[in-house]
Design a protein around this ligand. Structure first.
Ligand SMILES: [Zn+2]
Length: 361
């Protein structure tokens, strides 16, 4: 559980009133429990806890999940009580057909609007959405249709990033990237390497990433999130040097490595930081450990994001901004919101300017 307290209510509501953009949010990790609960109720599908908790002890009593609140509690105990596969299987299970994918795109955008997010680079791994026979191209195509429908209905612009779920082999990874390339003209803005980092280092995906080198797609990589420092820094270096990353997610130990900081600055690589995610997953003990102030002072384009907000209790973007705002002040909050806009991959220069003007920057 995260150890943050949000007892300054007026500060929290000030953060909740900030219009914002998100450079790093997972579609499946951000569908509110109420929407998922309704989906499973409507489809008359029951949800159950697994037989065992993550630590191997047996789940006693009735394992059926019987309300949206119970579902929320299940999801927000990711990694502390329940494993990642069983937790994510619930949202992913609700995104397997054309109709459901479109409905969940709308649910995602409704959530974003409730957070005053006007633009998001929402990411997802299409491979997980092929369990009932859709092809990867179909998944991406339906998602794009759903997002453009939401643009009309909710006024939130979503430009997807396609994730390689890193447990796939390199041939499968290339297929995913080719599918992303097929949709680069229709709204997909980038590719990402996501999911469980330790056994699947980025060098395995060099060839897949290379397919995008002469394309309009941007590249981001989850790196230095879940590994010990030495390994994490090695992954970060590979992501920058070999995968030619334009964005890096997490980079927990970056602050200690001046040469990498210099590279991030020189190559204008944006840092997609997700403080509450890191804290809740126990990859850090305190948000100050990320030294984001130091990174920003050294010219790194730090952005603040919510990652999988449906999986954290108090993990919306506003909570993340609250946490960094309390540490580093309002100028820091202004700066990270500005960085999010300036480094957005799916906004034209005039849209960025307009957006910054609209929020008084
Ligand atoms: Zn992420």
């Amino acid at each position: 559980m995260n150890k943050l307290h949000f007892d300054d209510e007026s500060y929290l509501s000030a953060m909740q009133r900030r219009t914002n953009v998100l450079n790093h949010i997972h579609w499946d990790g951000s569908i509110p429990a109420d929407d998922l609960w309704r989906f499973y109720q409507d489809n008359r599908k029951k949800l159950f806890l697994l037989e065992k908790y993550i630590d191997g002890t047996r789940v006693e009593g009735d394992r059926e999940i019987k309300s949206a609140d119970e579902l929320r509690s299940f999801q927000t105990n990711l990694f502390t009580k329940y494993d990642i596969v069983s937790v994510f299987s619930i949202p992913v299970g609700a995104m397997q057909t054309e109709e459901d994918i479109k409905a969940m795109a709308v649910a995602h955008c409704r959530y974003l609007r409730s957070q005053r997010t006007v633009y998001a680079e929402s990411r997802f791994a299409p491979w997980y959405h092929t369990q009932q026979g859709l092809s990867i191209d179909q998944v991406i195509g339906y998602a794009l249709e759903g997002f453009s429908q939401s643009w009309e209905e909710e006024g939130v612009k979503v430009k997807p990033i396609i994730c390689i779920n890193r447990e796939v082999d390199s041939e499968e990874a290339k297929k995913i990237v080719r599918a992303a390339l097929n949709f680069s003209e229709r709204g997909v803005v980038g590719i990402d390497l996501a999911c469980y980092e330790p056994p699947f280092p980025p060098e395995k995906f060099k060839e897949a990433y290379a397919l995008t080198f002469d394309s309009p797609l941007k590249r981001t990589v989850h790196a230095d999130e879940m590994c010990p420092e030495e390994e994490g820094i090695r992954n970060l270096t590979t992501a920058i040097d070999d995968l030619r990353a334009d964005g890096i997610s997490h980079a927990i130990h970056l602050w200690k490595h001046p040469k990498l900081i210099e590279k991030m600055r020189e190559k204008e690589i944006r840092l997609e930081s997700n403080p509450i995610s890191n804290l809740t997953c126990s990859f850090i003990r305190d948000i100050a450990e990320l030294h984001l102030d130091l990174l920003i002072k050294q010219g790194v384009k730090v952005t603040i994001n919510s990652d999988d907000p449906a999986m954290w209790s108090n993990g919306d973007l506003a909570h993340n901004l609250y946490a960094v705002g309390k540490l580093y002040g309002n100028n820091f909050v202004d700066m990270v919101i500005r960085n999010g806009v300036e480094t957005a991959w799916g906004l034209a220069e005039d849209e960025k300017k307009q957006f910054l003007e609209n929020i008084g920057m």
